[in-house]
Design a protein around this ligand. Structure first.
Ligand code: C2E
Ligand code: CA
Ligand code: CA
Length: 279
């Protein structure tokens, strides 16, 4: 038994070492990728439930490594957060997405908002609002068409300084949305405390709408509650007509998901913006 225990632990150590080496290798790759401009933004439309028109577009980062292929942001964003690369990367996202949205809005009679995912590290920079302001001046892009997506978990630490930054961004005219709504511990406290305009109901509830009465009830309750607090509601992860119909009945304002469109490269979104309705 002892012998088996030992070999078991040796195996375990080797596995950890491999993981650590892989992490280091990935971080170096990430640095190189930023220098080599291997990142791309994909864009996923968000439609208005009444008109079916695209009213907003979420920028979603992609990393295409020449050897490894497409790497998911769920893999590399946490690493970029650990080693600080998220700061230059996040600025690149803001700059690129605003530049693209400006181009769309020049040719599109109905301007779209551009929604950008922030990371805690970005928000924790004391000069974050000034940085956003600088980027918007360079582009130049109207602040009220910029929507910054936050999550409860990124607001947990440094509440006071985050609140100050978010209030400044709000005064500048930016819109703020609370992503993954319903999955955290105290969504109401965050709505009360932070100047949030919009909640994005998490995909996990939306996907259960037709199969789990609890999910349908939660989605309805969250929508009613957000509306009585004068917040707009976006449903995420809409994959079926049935889900869309339900969301329409309970008066969700906007919807996003594979049923409407996958995230697509900028040129494809340009095409989609020409179509009137996506319902
Ligand atoms: P998120 O903000 O929750 O974004 C939604 C994710 O769900 C995206 O995954 C999107 O492709 C996917 N999705 C959209 N519609 C559907 C649907 O109908 N069904 C299903 N199953 N999935 C759907 P993606 O693009 O892989 O991004 C994953 C996460 O990475 C994002 O989750 C966000 O937290 C993070 N992320 C992406 N881009 C950025 C960025 O530029 N900066 C930062 N800080 N984080 C980012
Ligand atoms: Ca998001
Ligand atoms: Ca998420």
């Amino acid at each position: 038994a002892k012998k088996r225990g030992k070999s078991c632990c040796q195996f375990f150590t080797t596995e950890i070492n491999t993981a650590a080496t892989e992490q280091l290798a990935l971080k170096n790759l990430l640095r190189r990728a930023l220098a080599r401009k291997e990142f791309q933004l994909y864009y996923q439309p968000i439609i208005n439930m009444e008109s079916g028109a695209i009213v907003s577009v979420e920028a979603l980062i992609r990393w295409v490594d020449p050897e490894l292929g497409l790497i998911s942001p769920n893999t590399f964003i946490p690493l970029a957060e650990e080693n600080g690369l998220i700061l230059p990367l996040g600025e690149w996202v803001l700059q690129t997405a605003c530049t693209q949205a400006k181009i769309w809005n020049q040719s599109n009679p109905y301007p779209v908002r551009i929604a950008i995912n922030l990371s805690a590290r970005q928000l924790e920079q004391t000069d974050f609002s000034e940085r956003v302001s600088e980027i918007l001046k360079k582009t130049p892009f109207p602040t009220d068409h910029l929507e910054l997506e936050l999550t409860e978990s990124m607001l947990i630490n440094r509440m006071e300084s985050s609140l100050k930054t978010l209030n400044t961004l709000k005064k500048m005219g930016c819109r703020l949305s609370l992503d993954d709504f319903g999955t955290g511990y105290s969504p109401l406290a965050y709505l009360k405390r932070f100047p949030i305009d919009t909640v994005k109901i998490d995909r996990s509830f939306v996907q259960g709408i037709s199969i789990d009465p609890d999910d349908a009830a939660i989605t309805t309750a969250v929508t009613t509650m957000a509306h009585s607090l004068k917040r707009a509601v976006i449903a995420k992860g809409v994959e079926t007509r049935e889900q869309l119909n339900f969301l329409n009945e309970i008066k969700v304002d906007e919807a996003q998901g594979y049923f409407i469109s996958y995230p697509v490269p900028a040129e494809e979104l340009t095409q989609k913006l020409r179509e009137k309705s996506h319902l």
